[in-house]
Each structure stands twice: as structure tokens, then as C-alpha cells.
Design a protein around this ligand. Structure first.
Ligand SMILES: [Zn+2]
Length: 351
């Protein structure tokens, strides 16, 4: 294995990526936002401050609905301690803005508080501490990478699997806070820039080449053997009738075949007859649903009514396999060894 641990102050990472970052996270869209918190204060765009025990905000035309239609958007909302918004409790402050004729709420909070909740949202808190630490570094790196690429946008990250799952304080536990604290400020870099630290739930013994999945070059990630093969990778199957396939894919479907084999053993294309419509595994996952076709490691068998897709693993397969990280941690590897395994071309640096 290559010498990997290379700590030190990394002055050359852009000044935007410092350890005391504030992150802006988009709260999931909702028709209205019910807010409460201790000493909840709303400051409107005119600088007028009002105190509330709780409020429900929604948009009526281009203003807030009554009785808050006197408040001028955007709003800054703060409280002493966490703010409850709909089904989640969040640290930091909230901003309510209008974007594309919709009311959008942004949560601004320190990076490390965000990470403590994200690690617990993305990985079971029961996983070994070294796996949680590896997840903390990957999540910090991903967050900073997005913050840099989305500079100027109202939010750096969404709260879902489109970026990283962020469920708020319910997922911030003693275990996740310890993992974040033990790796404080540590990020994976390539050529002095935070990498795109992709991760996913499980594979079936080999991770995927990022070029095969996303296209483009990611020189710090390559397909590697993964210990999760011994950790009972998730087996999945999905039955879809020809009618469902035709509805989701468009056009007549009477049969399905796999075509070619990529360097990591997954099919290169899934071909639907009679029109020879071709999809890459990731295109098919997007079309039929990421929770339906759970991985690219798939097989298919059809009868006269439809097709059964089956496979192993869950997720796009690029970067760190979370179940593999658990298997490595259980076998005594530390988080640096786990990160080196899944991101072999990156360096671990402390901001
Ligand atoms: Zn794996």
C-alpha cells in the first residue's frame, strides 16, 4: 500500500475551505413550514424583529400568507438552541427566501455540526467507530467539494441522497459526534482540492470505476476489491410487468437482454426488444428508480408477462463502500487505511 498519511496544515486549499466553515443546506421542500423553538425570533428584510412561540410559513402569491403577510422576505430565523421545522430539529439559523416562485428554507450551520448529523443519516450509528470516522472524512470532503463548486448558489447541498442525507439532530449521536471530532478538519484532497468523495451502501465484492458510472476522469478513485463480499451484500430483486416497463421507459417492450461486460464485470448495457433500446445500468436505475434497481450488478430473466431483475449491492458502486468499511473496521483496520483503500489516489490532509 502506498504511504498515505500525510498530515500538515494545507495552506494551499482555497481559503473558502477552512475548518470553521458554515454550510448552507436546503431544507426539503414543503407546501408550508411549521417552525418552533425557544425564543424564536424572525428578522425580515426591513430589519424588523418579531418574537414567536411558533409560526407556520407558506407563500400566497409573492408574499407570505396571513397573518405573516406584513413580513418582508427574505427572513432570517433564529432561536436559543435547535429550531424545529416540520419533521426535523436543526441547529444554526434558517433563512426563508423565494426562489422560482416557491418558498425555500435554507439551514446555515457550522460544518462540524452538519457532519455529526450527516454521518448518522448516511451510516448506521451501530457501525464500528473506525467506519464512522471514515464516513465523517468522506462526508466532510464531499461537503467542501460541493461548497466550492456551488459558490454563489443559495444552498451548497440538498438534504437527500441527491447530495448527502441530512435528517437533523435526530441523527446526531454521541458516536457520530465522536467520529467527527476525532477527524476534525481532515479532508481527502487531490492536487490540493477536496475530491468528490463518492460513497454508497454496498457492492458485491468489487467497487466500480467512476468513469464507467459517471463518465469523466476521477484519478483518485478506481475499482478495488471490497471486503463487503464477506459481509452478506444486499441481495435484491424487482419484478416489472411489460406494461410497467413500457410506461417507465416509453415504447413497446417484449424482452430484455444484457449486453457486454465492463472491466468490473457489470453489464455495459441493458437492451430492450423489440426496438433495441439501450440503457447503461445507471441510466436504467434512474429510469426505473434507484430503490427498484438497486445496483449495476444485475441479472434479468423474462417470461411472457414481464421481467425479474435481480442483483447484489445497493448504490452506484463508486468510492467507499460503507459495508466494506464496516468489514475492514471489524477486521482491525483504522479509518486511514479504509480511506486509502477506497480513494487510493487521494491524500488525507488536515485543514
Ligand atoms: Zn463493497
Amino acid at each position: 500500500m502506498r504511504a498515505f498519511v500525510c498530515f500538515g496544515v494545507l495552506l494551499s486549499i482555497t481559503a473558502r475551505a477552512s475548518a470553521d466553515q458554515e454550510m448552507a443546506i436546503e431544507v426539503p421542500a414543503a407546501p408550508h413550514y411549521a417552525l418552533s423553538g425557544k425564543k424564536l425570533v424572525i428578522e425580515d428584510a426591513a430589519g424588523v424583529e418579531t418574537s414567536h412561540a411558533s409560526v407556520t410559513l407558506a407563500l400566497c402569491g409573492d408574499r407570505l400568507c396571513p397573518p405573516y403577510d406584513g413580513l418582508l422576505l427574505p427572513l432570517k430565523i433564529r432561536a436559543t438552541g435547535p429550531i424545529r421545522i416540520n419533521d426535523r430539529r436543526l441547529l444554526g439559523a434558517l433563512w426563508a427566501i423565494v426562489q422560482d416562485d416557491a418558498l425555500v428554507v435554507i439551514n446555515r450551520l457550522p460544518l462540524e455540526d452538519y457532519l455529526a448529523a450527516t454521518v448518522g443519516s448516511e451510516m448506521p450509528r451501530s457501525f464500528p467507530p473506525e467506519a464512522l470516522k471514515a464516513q465523517a472524512v468522506a462526508a466532510r470532503t464531499y461537503a467542501l467539494s460541493r461548497k466550492i463548486t456551488r459558490e454563489g448558489a443559495v444552498a451548497h447541498l440538498r438534504s437527500s441522497t441527491l447530495d448527502q442525507v441530512y435528517g437533523g439532530l435526530v441523527n446526531s449521536t454521541e458516536e457520530t459526534r465522536a467520529a467527527v471530532q476525532a477527524t476534525a478538519g481532515e479532508v481527502l484532497v487531490y492536487e490540493r482540492t477536496p475530491i468528490e468523495a463518492f460513497f454508497f451502501s454496498s457492492c458485491s465484492g468489487t467497487t466500480r470505476d467512476p468513469g464507467l458510472v459517471f463518465g469523466g476522469a476521477y484519478p483518485y478513485i478506481k475499482s478495488v476489491e471490497c471486503a463487503c463480499g464477506a459481509d452478506k451484500p444486499l441481495a435484491w430483486s424487482a419484478r416489472l410487468s411489460f406494461t410497467e416497463l413500457e410506461r417507465k421507459l416509453g415504447g413497446k417492450v417484449s424482452g430484455v437482454a444484457l449486453e457486454g461486460e465492463a472491466s468490473d464485470g457489470r453489464p455495459r448495457a441493458i437492451v430492450f426488444s423489440p426496438r433495441d433500446k439501450r440503457f447503461s445500468p445507471e441510466e436504467l436505475r434512474k429510469k426505473l428508480g434507484y430503490t427498484v434497481i438497486k445496483s449495476a450488478d444485475l441479472h434479468v430473466a423474462c417470461d411472457e408477462k414481464g421481467c425479474t431483475f435481480s442483483g447484489a449491492g445497493y448504490g452506484h458502486g463508486v468510492g467507499m463502500c460503507q459495508h466494506g468499511a464496516r468489514a475492514m473496521a471489524t477486521a482491525g483496520k483504522n479509518y486511514k487505511e479504509i480511506l486509502e483503500h477506497y480513494y487510493p489516489g487521494a491524500q488525507l490532509k488536515k485543514l
